[in-house]
Design a protein around this ligand. Structure first.
Ligand code: ADP
Ligand code: AMP
Length: 214
């Protein structure tokens, strides 16, 4: 099964994609994580992307399309994948269709995570992850069971993203409204778009996604 989770930054795409990966064996393909790995490695793509990401703008379609095509071609994706953060523009959505067509693959569901924009700054500014295993947390909404210790791996170090600050969030939400929201009608017209209530609690959102998939 191949899915897209669509929604603005902070909607809960990564949180739900990781759950689906753990529970259903689908592979989470987060273009944001791929770019952050490229920045960390100091590769040419990472050097090009860093300033754009820090400013909260979108990295060029050429780079993103090539990155996702290379990743989808790897054998682990045969199990099915969840796209988290891609596509973000109409050009990316069209390129994805062409790429899946060439590989004989299809999209089963595009799930819109509907959220109230007013809640997103608090979600994003409070977000952090385990430095060792990448498990996601939030200062108020998703705390580790024991303070300072990762539930998943016992790690004690956590990181926050450089772009998770109130100023960048404004630019990122504007990019979502202008460049990403217009792709919703594209998927609605194809009959694959479903919507879940991204404002519900994490487990309830997961239940609604489960209902779409079954
Ligand atoms: P995205 O991948 O869409 O940018 P995340 O999954 O990283 O969003 O979620 C952003 C932050 O909000 C994280 O810190 C996460 O723990 C928290 N979060 C995710 N889903 C919910 C929810 N349904 N209710 C409250 N907080 C949530
Ligand atoms: P995310 O982790 O999805 O919030 O993405 C972090 C940042 O990476 C975004 O603000 C963009 O700068 C960049 N990015 C991630 N995915 C894409 C994409 N599909 N197209 C363009 N830029 C992207």
């Amino acid at each position: 099964m191949n899915l897209i989770l669509l929604g603005p930054p902070g909607a809960g795409k990564g949180t739900q994609a990781r759950k689906l990966q753990d529970e259903r064996g689908l592979i989470q393909l987060s273009t944001g994580d791929m770019l952050r790995a490229a920045v960390k490695s100091g590769s040419e793509i990472g050097r090009k992307a860093k300033a754009v990401m820090d400013a909260g703008k979108l990295v060029s379609d050429d780079i993103m399309i090539a990155m996702i095509e290379e990743r989808i071609s790897q054998p682990d994706c045969d199990k099915g994948f969840i796209l988290d953060g891609f596509p973000r523009t109409e050009a990316q959505a069209q390129a994805l269709d062409a790429m899946l067509g060439r590989k004989g693959l299809k999209l089963d569901h595009v799930i819109e995570m509907a959220v109230d924009e007013k809640a997103l700054t608090e979600r994003i500014v409070g977000r952090y992850t385990c430095a060792k295993c990448g498990a996601g947390y939030h200062d108020s909404f998703q705390k580790p069971k024991v303070a300072g210790i990762c539930d998943v791996c016992g790690g004690k170090e956590f990181t926050r993203r450089a772009d998770d600050n109130a100023e960048t969030v404004r630019t990122r939400l504007e990019a979502y409204r202008k460049q990403t929201q217009p792709i919703l009608p594209y998927y609605r017209a194809k009959g694959v778009l479903k919507s879940v209530d991204g404002m519900a609690e994490i487990d309830e959102v997961a239940r609604q996604i489960g209902a779409v998939l079954s």
